[in-house]
Design a protein around this ligand. Structure first.
Ligand SMILES: Cc1cc2nc3c(=O)[nH]c(=O)nc-3n(C[C@H](O)[C@H](O)[C@H](O)COP(=O)(O)OP(=O)(O)OC[C@H]3O[C@@H](n4cnc5c(N)ncnc54)[C@H](O)[C@@H]3O)c2cc1C
Length: 297
């Protein structure tokens, strides 16, 4: 067990995005930004990260918004905490796939510190916000010395702890398209205990049904903690697309998703258990998404 102090660093507290980007390009590879610090400070105590300059983003008010318009969709500032998302009526009402993930993350204390931007930029395969965001077709906005760019969340993760984020970039916003008519989703997370644990498996499904809510027009299934990055289970999506949703079909999609997963054994679970649970959680996520479309909209 490690009980170490943080290594020495110089502290910067910019009040604007421009100021923060200035610090990042000035101190280059020796600098790290942080938001809640719930991932970074742990890794600094373990000496996995020893930045000489720490840039606190929490003073940047322009990255703390949750804005929704039917035409433009949802825009979430990179510094919005998981707790703020959990308490947001718009997230709970219209983007409940993401809400499902927020309410099962960590503990209330960690949710009140940890941000959605930090969750994505840590780029862990177990990041709970990733499968719902991928399933909903979300993208991230990045700002850096070379300007701004937008990357699909599905393409943002490159490997365990590695993302498309360049060293001089800051994640400023998450963009989620407005949910189309007759659509809905859900996220399920399996943990060893009921709270304060990373996922053994996470599965999100987002379905769009036809006008009669009988036949699935499009499906997106995304999985967490069963590959080096969060992944889409595209063969499982094909199983349910253009079909009438039901228990048997969802179970078949689960079996196919289990084959697509590339889990490994770890202290939390064996490879074979993880694979079996992908089947169970994918089925549940599809059926819950379907029920929400039928009963909630
Ligand atoms: C006890 C405990 C339980 C946890 N449980 C869970 C869990 O159940 N599920 C889960 O997914 N995670 C969990 N976590 C991990 C962590 O809390 C989340 O990933 C959290 O969302 C990280 O956000 P943060 O703001 O604290 O990130 P920070 O620690 O501030 O930053 C994390 C990384 O992202 C970078 N970064 C942060 N914000 C930005 C930005 N806007 N632009 C560019 N780079 C940025 C930092 O440089 C750093 O590399 C847990 C952590 C702890 C300590």
């Amino acid at each position: 067990m490690f009980i170490k102090r943080l290594p020495k660093f110089e502290y910067h507290a910019p009040a604007s995005l421009a100021e923060a980007l200035g610090h990042l390009s000035q101190y280059s590879d020796n600098a790290k930004v942080f938001a809640g610090g719930t991932d970074l400070f742990v890794s600094m105590k373990k000496r996995e990260n020893v930045p000489e300059h720490l840039i606190n983003l929490k003073g940047i008010e322009e990255l703390k918004h949750i804005h929704y318009h039917d035409a433009d969709g949802l825009r979430i500032g990179g510094l919005v905490t998981i707790g703020e998302l959990e308490r947001s009526e718009i997230i709970k009402g219209k983007f409940c796939t993401l809400w499902d993930a927020c309410k099962v993350m960590a503990s209330p204390q960690i949710r009140n510190l940890g941000t959605i931007g930090g969750n994505l930029c840590s780029a862990l395969p177990s990041a709970d916000t990733a499968p719902p965001l991928i399933a909903m077709g979300a993208s991230v906005k990045l700002a850096g010395s070379k300007g701004k760019r937008t990357v699909l969340v599905e393409e943002f993760f490159k490997g365990p702890g590695e993302s498309a984020l360049e060293h001089d970039e800051i994640l400023t916003e998450i963009l989620i398209p407005s949910p189309p008519e007759n659509s809905g989703g859900s996220y399920f997370k399996l943990m060893r205990r009921r709270a304060m644990d990373l996922a053994i498996v996470g599965a999100a499904a987002f379905l769009r049904m036809d006008g009669n809510k009988r036949v699935c027009k499009n499906a997106c299934v995304a999985l967490g903690t069963v590959a080096p990055t969060p992944i889409r289970a595209s063969k499982a999506e094909e199983v349910v697309t253009k079909k009438e949703i039901g228990e048997d079909l969802a179970a078949e999609a689960g079996k196919v998703a289990a084959q697509e997963a590339r889990p490994r054994s770890s202290i939390r679970a064996s490879e074979s258990y993880r694979r079996a649970m992908v089947g169970v959680l994918t089925k549940r996520a599809i059926m819950e998404a379907y029920k929400r479309i039928i009963y909630d909209s």
